[in-house]
Ligand binder design. Structure first.
Ligand code: SF4
Ligand code: SF4
Length: 150
C-alpha cells in the first residue's frame, strides 16, 4: 500500500494591526520634538489634527518608527488598544536593559488592565515601569530595578 503523502503545514500570518483612528502617542503623553515643536505632558503634538497627523507624509522618522506594544505585538489583547484602554505600552531602554513603559493617558489605569499587564510581565519575565494614578511603579530584574530607581 502506498504511503500517504505528508502535507506541509500551512501558516497564515496573524492579522497585522493598524492604528486605525488612535492618536494616543501624539496627544502629549510622550515627549518628543517634531520639526522644532515640542510635545510633552499637557501639550499634544503641534501637527496633530482631528483624529490624524496633518503632516503624515512628512512626519519624522521617530514617528514613523514608533510602534506601541499593542501595535507591535499581537499577543497584547485587542481591548488594550491605547484609545480604548487609555494606556500606552511601549518599549524603552535604560542602558542595555529593555523594559516596557506603561503610561496612563489622563485616566487612572483600570484594575483589570493593570492586573493583565502585571501578570503578563511576570509570566514572560519582562521588566516594566508602570503608572498608577500618576505615580511610577516597577517590576523586573534586580539589574533593572537598580538602574531605574537610582
Ligand atoms: S498609541 Fe499605538 S495604536 Fe495608537 S497611534 Fe500610537 S502606535 Fe498607533
Ligand atoms: S508629527 Fe504626526 S505622527 Fe508625529 S507626533 Fe505629531 S501628529 Fe503624531
Amino acid at each position: 500500500m502506498e504511503e500517504p503523502e505528508i502535507q506541509e503545514p500551512t501558516f497564515v500570518n496573524a492579522r497585522k494591526r493598524s492604528c486605525d483612528g488612535c492618536t494616543a502617542c501624539c496627544e502629549g503623553w510622550l515627549t518628543a520634538e517634531v520639526h522644532g515643536k515640542y510635545m510633552y505632558s499637557g501639550r499634544m503634538c503641534h501637527f496633530k489634527g482631528k483624529g490624524q497627523c496633518t503632516i503624515y507624509d512628512q512626519r519624522p522618522g521617530l514617528c514613523s518608527a514608533f510602534r506601541c506594544e499593542w501595535l507591535a505585538n499581537n499577543d497584547i489583547p485587542e481591548w488594550l488598544k491605547p484609545d480604548l484602554s487609555h494606556t500606552i505600552m511601549y518599549r524603552r531602554m535604560i542602558g542595555e536593559i529593555e523594559y516596557i513603559n506603561v503610561m496612563e493617558t489622563g485616566v487612572k489605569i483600570d484594575s483589570t488592565i493593570l492586573n493583565w499587564i502585571v501578570l503578563h510581565a511576570l509570566q514572560n519575565g519582562l521588566n516594566i515601569r508602570y503608572m498608577v494614578n500618576g505615580g511610577w511603579n516597577f517590576i523586573g530584574s534586580t539589574e533593572f530595578l537598580a538602574a531605574i530607581t537610582e
